[in-house]
Design a protein around this ligand. Structure first.
Ligand SMILES: NC(=O)C1=CN([C@@H]2O[C@H](COP(=O)(O)OP(=O)(O)OC[C@H]3O[C@@H](n4cnc5c(N)ncnc54)[C@H](OP(=O)(O)O)[C@@H]3O)[C@@H](O)[C@H]2O)C=CC1
Ligand SMILES: CC(C)(CO)C(=O)C(=O)O
Length: 302
């Protein structure tokens, strides 16, 4: 049995695909009110996978259920992950596994530190899913999932090999940190600019001008310090081109009045730069500007 912690867009996307693949899973919601809301909808999820709508019946439970958990998929936002996993600590089997799906860095390490008896895996996910209404999920962009052990040589959990490739485009990658760093750098170069200029991804180069170029140079230095030698600028411009019409996840959070993941994206990056003794004034200025924008919208800056 797989357990998914968090019934948001990505958690429901995993639950829907597991259900379609015939792999048993249960979704852990925050509390009894959320469980009741799902029960009132007969636990039905209307899943639009891009080819059509599928009515799926999912299994939900609250964190205080007593069943023990061997395989946990954490699908909360980065800032909610540690507390959400802590609530389940008494249910986690020793030597079980925890898969972290969060964007950014920091939440994965925090969970690994709190759950030393389990193997923690981290994924870099490029799928795009959103919820048009309660009980509905749209899989807007089919992406891929790259997964690996966070900081050990742990082998790939057996259940991963049961994921049907047609529903899950995933691959095993060890070490995983370079992949996570690359995605982090891309998000640092795009998301905060879309916040401060309130623009789509495609407009970032024109709106940010040379500020983007300086940020890319600083991010490249930081990546080098993490052992990632690949050229960042072409990668970022490719992503900007291929997602030109997108509103970044950070901008979507801003518009929905939700807490953003800024602290796990640009905040983490600036802290790491300081730790590595690197000067990153353009990134620091971007972080300050992003935080000012969040303050103006009365949203948390962490
Ligand atoms: N959506 C996507 O397509 C993608 C998302 N990601 C990453 O995946 C992560 C999740 O994103 P997304 O699904 O969009 O976020 P959502 O906000 O849609 O979902 C997060 C869910 O976690 C729930 N949650 C928070 N705390 C707890 C708790 N203690 N117990 C149970 N449930 C809890 C939230 O409940 P509540 O509503 O009550 O707060 C919410 O339902 C993020 O890090 C994001 O960056 C990465 C790639 C693609
Ligand atoms: C790559 C990008 C910027 C695509 O929108 C993204 O991952 C995000 O919005 O968080």
């Amino acid at each position: 049995m797989l357990y998914i912690l968090g019934a948001g867009s990505l958690g429901l996307l995993w639950a829907a695909r597991l259900q379609q693949a015939g792999i048993a899973c249960r979704v852990i919601v925050r509390n009894a009110q959320q469980l009741e809301a799902w029960q009132q909808r007969n636990n039905r999820l209307l899943f639009n996978d891009g080819n059509g709508n599928h009515a799926l019946t999912l299994n939900f439970e609250t964190p205080d259920t007593t069943r023990m958990i061997r395989h946990l998929i954490v699908a909360t936002k980065a800032h909610a992950a540690l507390e959400a996993v802590r609530q389940l600590r008494h249910r986690l089997r020793p030597a079980g596994d925890i898969l972290m799906l969060q964007n950014g860095l920091g939440s994965q390490q925090a969970v690994a530190q709190a759950c030393r008896a389990q193997q923690v895996f981290a994924a870099s996910v490029t799928d795009g899913a959103w919820q048009p209404a309660p009980g509905e999920l749209t899989w807007a962009g089919r992406g891929s999932t790259v997964v690996g052990p966070l900081d050990s040589g742990a082998p790939c959990p057996e259940w991963f090999n049961r994921l049907p490739p047609v529903l899950f485009d995933w691959r095993w990658q060890t070490p995983i940190m370079p992949t996570l760093w690359r995605k982090l750098a891309i998000n640092c170069a795009i998301n905060p600019f879309t916040l401060i200029y309130n623009c789509h991804n495609g407009e970032v180069p024109t709106r940010a001008g040379p500020w983007l170029d300086t940020c890319l140079t600083e991010l490249q230095e930081l990546l080098r310090a993490q052992g990632v030698t690949e050229e960042l600028a072409p990668l970022v411009h490719d992503v900007i081109r291929s997602t030109a019409a997108n509103s970044s996840s950070m901008r979507q959070d801003l518009h929905a009045g939700r807490r953003t993941e800024i602290d796990y994206i640009l905040g983490y990056t600036c802290r790491q730069a300081r730790q590595d003794g690197l000067q990153v004034p353009a990134l620091e200025r971007l972080l300050d500007a992003a935080k000012d924008c969040l303050r103006r919208h009365q949203l948390p800056t962490d």
